[in-house]
Design a protein around this ligand. Structure first.
Ligand SMILES: [Zn+2]
Ligand SMILES: [Zn+2]
Length: 145
């Protein structure tokens, strides 16, 4: 497989235990479709919490190294990080350094979620104590008589 940008043969490289293809010239990375998911799982393993992955789709300036079809560019999870992917789901192309940004964004999101899930926990405990009666009813009871 050749680099979609410089057309030199891609090397195999290990990133966090995942085998990926790497361009020795431009340092770009090719990730098979499921590999981006695996890479993200190092920061977060709950797929449902990751949110929408693709924003602002547009035609890319490179072609898929697998099937040679023109790739599509999208902004990774609404961040200002354009990533190219193949419409036939062959995989993703990350330019140099983009995989670090993917991980940074994931880490940030994990921290945000930790904050919101501790808020959910205290709400759940509150509801347990409150039983089936609504919060408002309990407040009204407090001020009765
Ligand atoms: Zn290259
Ligand atoms: Zn393809």
């Amino acid at each position: 497989m050749n680099c979609p940008r410089c057309d030199v043969a891609l090397d195999e490289k290990k990133l966090k235990g995942i085998e990926i293809d790497h361009c020795p010239q431009c340092k770009g990375l090719w990730l098979d479709f499921h590999e981006l998911d695996q890479l993200e799982d190092h920061s977060m393993d709950d797929d449902d919490s990751k949110g929408m992955i693709e924003y602002s789709r547009r035609e890319s300036d490179i072609s898929c190294p697998h099937c040679q079809e023109v790739m599509e560019t999208f902004n990774y999870r609404a961040h200002d990080l354009p990533i190219d992917h193949c419409k036939n789901q062959c995989g993703y192309w990350l330019d140099e350094g983009e995989e670090k940004k993917v991980l940074d964004i994931m880490k940030q999101r994990v921290q945000d979620l930790k904050r919101s899930s501790s808020a959910q926990d205290s709400w759940a405990k509150f509801m347990e104590r409150g039983g089936t009666r609504s919060f408002l009813t309990k407040v009204k009871d407090l001020f009765k008589g």
